[in-house]
Design a protein around this ligand. Structure first.
Ligand SMILES: Cc1cc2nc3c(=O)[nH]c(=O)nc-3n(C[C@H](O)[C@H](O)[C@H](O)COP(=O)(O)OP(=O)(O)OC[C@H]3O[C@@H](n4cnc5c(N)ncnc54)[C@H](O)[C@@H]3O)c2cc1C
Length: 602
């Protein structure tokens, strides 16, 4: 049996990698409307449900599964994509998975101060499509952020969202195998959390170097967050555990209809009563309407949820008017686009190699739940640090340890680097020995925005991340500070033991600056920065719509009845962590609110 699997996986991985390299990622969603039908006409036939959920990513999958457990309800999940395959299941194929039909491939407008070494100076904006949403293509790191994040949500006028309030919900969702700090983890939930069995020598040097510098190895989802650790991962025996597999596969289909390839074009809202009553969507080149007797739950993610709200008449009035859309409620939808800017420009040489194997060798390890293929994008470890200029009592930098090999065939396409940036990055790199560290600005001051490109629901929205554009250069200063932390790590005995040294990366645009001077680094950062793909905040939660809030603390859209949002867009701010599991927590909270309304026990 094992050999059959090895042959099947080996062939499949080789073939799918080649296809991902050739595949042209979409630049809009027009393929859903093959006959170019008028999205503003309504079809006659309708179906009626209690709840309609839009999108099944980190948020929507949890809502769908948990709602389906309520006796006697009738629900509908509309997901634009479909089921996953064995290819995306392999964490080590994460970069290639981003080159497949599972990626929407939204993009941003050209940037002024970041992403300059990427094609068209545009940051990449990957988002997953299908049951599981962005968990189909993401880095699988389980990191809740700091308790301070949630305490700030609550202090900002959102009762019920302090860390004390949300910790039990994280625990309910989790099936932890990491032997973490007592009291902080659950073992009965549907989302598995484990360490990769694969031990990278580069990770061990990273951990030891930080211990040498006086930092601790910690459970970063436990008592303290500042320190270093092997990455806690949403995998199950080394395989990607998407929210599709963890939650959608457990849906009680007696109560819930799952509709794939169903692209939602707008939510139907009665402008007089300001009540959401249904959803328009296209499937198989035909428009459909589904009616919701109770509520519509929007979980299409930080990019598509604000787009759908605006298409439905909820958004900044001036902008909607320019687009020719009648405003039903004037809210600051699409503002407050917060993300984690990231620096990808470090090569660290070493004398320790992870020997290359033929593909079937990697596959044999993988099928035993071990080996490099169990590491998502080679991400082996994380560390949370604090700058000396931060005024907040929490981590503001994350450093991710990426084991060799970074020069795989998809590297340039996956990151969108120009030929000259790519050349500078791969020159002198031994793919078996060179590792890197990504620097993630956890508390970026730069804030972007999202707007409609047109009233055509099949056009992608316009996104401007405005990375590294904040007035006092806080964000670039944070990256520069983190680079110095890394240079200090390279001086430790642990790093010297693997002969770790900074590899020279000199971009043509930065070559006139003295190598390793501050100006050299600032130039390199502006070119080799991009998103860590953690956008949040475009439908932010808060008490006051005049201060930019789109949903209230029960996730109800302000001023509209029967409409809630449950995905990354409702975060008031970026977390000092990764958003996927916190979004699952938000979704589980939403189901609790719905149950309260139904007077059911939670
Ligand atoms: C490359 C990459 C690496 C990442 N690494 C990590 C990590 O290591 N850890 C972590 O915590 N986070 C990571 N993230 C981020 C994290 O995965 C996302 O923030 C999270 O999954 C988003 O959840 P969501 O529910 O908000 O939206 P999504 O998961 O994006 O779900 C939205 C769903 O809505 C569907 N949809 C969109 N538009 C429509 C429409 N019009 N009609 C119907 N359906 C629609 C989409 O197809 C999708 O399934 C990463 C992201 C990327 C891209």
């Amino acid at each position: 049996k094992l050999n059959v699997d090895v042959d099947y996986f080996t062939k499949m991985l080789i073939q799918e990698q080649e296809e991902a390299l050739k595949y042209n990622l979409p630049i809009n969603a027009h393929s859903y409307n093959g006959y170019n039908l008028d999205p503003y006409s309504l079809p006659n036939g309708t179906e009626t449900y209690d709840y309609i959920i839009i999108g099944s990513g980190s948020g929507g999958s949890v809502v769908t599964q948990q709602l389906s457990e309520i006796d006697g309800i009738k629900g509908l999940l509309l997901e634009a994509g479909s089921h996953e395959d064995d290819f995306v299941d392999v964490p080590g194929m994460a970069f290639f998975a981003q080159g497949t039909k599972y990626n929407w491939n939204y993009g941003t407008v050209p940037q002024k101060k970041s992403c300059l070494g990427l094609k068209g100076k545009k940051c990449m904006l990957q988002r997953g499509k299908g049951f599981g949403g962005t968990t189909l293509i993401n880095g699988l790191v389980y990191s809740r952020g700091s308790p301070v994040d949630y305490d700030n949500w609550a202090a900002g006028g959102n009762p019920g969202w302090s860390y004390k309030d949300v910790l039990p919900v994280f625990k309910e969702l989790e099936n932890s195998h990491i032997n973490g700090d007592p009291g902080y983890h659950g073992t009965k939930g549907l989302m598995n959390v484990e360490y990769s069995k694969f031990d990278s020598p580069h990770l061990n040097a990273f951990l030891a170097s930080n211990v040498e510098l006086g930092r601790k190895e910690i459970d970063y989802n436990g008592r303290e967050q500042l320190g270093v650790s092997k990455a806690q991962l949403n995998t199950l025996n080394g395989r990607r555990l998407t929210t599709g597999k963890a939650f959608i596969s457990k849906v009680n289909c007696k109560n819930m209809k799952l509709s794939d390839n169903s692209y939602v074009t707008r939510i139907l809202i009665n402008p007089k009563t300001k009540t959401a009553f249904g959803v328009q969507y296209i499937k198989d080149n035909k428009f459909h309407v589904a009616l919701a007797k109770r509520e519509v739950i929007l979980s299409a993610g930080t990019v598509a949820s604000p787009q759908i709200l605006m298409l439905s008449g909820i958004g900044p009035q001036k902008h909607l008017k320019e687009m020719g859309i009648e405003t039903i409620n004037d809210l600051q939808v699409g503002d407050n686009y917060k993300d984690h800017p990231c620096f990808y420009g470090l090569n660290i040489l070493s004398n320790v190699s992870i020997p290359l194997k033929p593909m079937h060798g990697y596959v044999e390890d993988y099928l035993k739940g071990d080996g490099v293929l169990t590491l998502p994008g080679n991400n082996a470890g994380v560390g949370f640090f604090k700058t000396n200029f931060s005024k907040i009592p929490q981590a503001d930098i994350e450093i991710m340890l990426i084991s060799p090999n970074r020069s795989d065939a998809f590297f340039q396409k996956g990151f969108g680097f120009t030929d000259s940036s790519n050349k500078a990055l791969i020159e002198g790199v031994d793919p078996t020995k060179t590792f890197t560290m990504y620097i993630d600005v956890l508390k970026a001051k730069s804030t972007g925005y999202l707007r409609l490109k047109s009233k055509n629901p099949f056009d992608y929205p316009t996104v401007n991340t405005k990375f590294l554009e904040d007035d006092d250069d806080h964000d670039i200063k944070t990256i520069y500070y983190a680079i110095n932390l890394i240079l200090e790590m390279l001086e430790t005995k642990a790093m010297k033991a693997i002969d770790a040294k900074l590899g020279k990366v000199v971009l043509p645009e930065c070559k006139d600056f003295e190598y390793l001077s501050k100006d050299y680094w600032y130039c390199t950062i502006r070119y080799l920065s991009d998103s860590l793909y953690h956008p949040v905040g475009t439908c932010k939660m808060g008490p006051d719509p005049k201060k930019g809030a789109v949903v209230d603390n029960k996730l109800r859209v302000h001023g509209i009845k029967n409409l809630r949002v449950a995905d990354g867009s409702v975060f008031p701010d970026s977390l000092a962590g990764h958003p996927s599991n916190p979004i699952m927590m938000v979704a589980a909270k939403l189901v609790k609110f719905l149950k309260e309304d139904l007077k059911l026990k939670n």
